[in-house]
Design a protein around this ligand. Structure first.
Ligand code: HEM
Length: 136
């Protein structure tokens, strides 16, 4: 049996990754109320933005030109929401993909989640100048 998973290489892969991730988010008791209850996210418009965001980061397409942080600054979330978001993100990538770009997607997501949490005052800044680099 061939159990090899592909890496993230095409726009189709990005779409598959994003769609599957937000399926998990929508089924999640902690995150779904934030997206669907509080923010009333319109998925028809949000998902294409996320395709552009991830394809710009992972495939270098330069199609995303938004500013992610302001959309998060006043969300009713705690560190636990970010921990869950990351848990689902990593699970989704590991379920579907394998390879360098798959690894990069997790590293970039972890770094951005940490930057958001620092800006929101949800985690302490600490003294280590390398705080943005996640150690295993
Ligand atoms: C607790 C975790 C998170 C929650 C609850 C959350 C929730 C949201 C919500 C409600 C929106 C607005 C959607 C809309 O405009 O309808 C959004 C947008 C977005 N989020 Fe998150 N998010 C989280 C973490 C993250 C992380 C870690 C990243 C980056 C890796 C990220 C990237 C984005 C981007 C790129 C957008 C689109 C911004 C734009 O409109 O240009 N989010 N998120």
């Amino acid at each position: 049996m061939n159990t090899e998973k592909p890496d993230i290489r095409t726009e189709e892969d990005i779409k598959r990754m994003v769609d599957a991730f937000y399926d998990l988010v929508n089924q999640d008791d902690m995150l779904s109320p934030v997206f669907n209850g509080h923010a009333h996210v319109n998925w028809e418009t949000h998902l294409p933005i996320m395709y552009k965001f991830w394809s710009s980061i992972l495939l270098g397409s330069s199609t995303y030109n938004g500013q992610p942080f302001p959309k998060h600054a006043f969300l009713p979330v705690e560190k636990g929401h970010f921990d869950r978001w990351m848990e689902l993100f990593v699970k989704n990538i590991d379920d579907l993909f394998e390879g360098q770009i798959a690894e990069m997607s997790k590293a970039r997501a972890i770094n951005m989640a940490r930057v958001f949490q620092l800006k929101m005052g949800l985690i302490p800044r600490g003294d280590n100048p390398f705080y943005l680099v996640e150690k295993k």
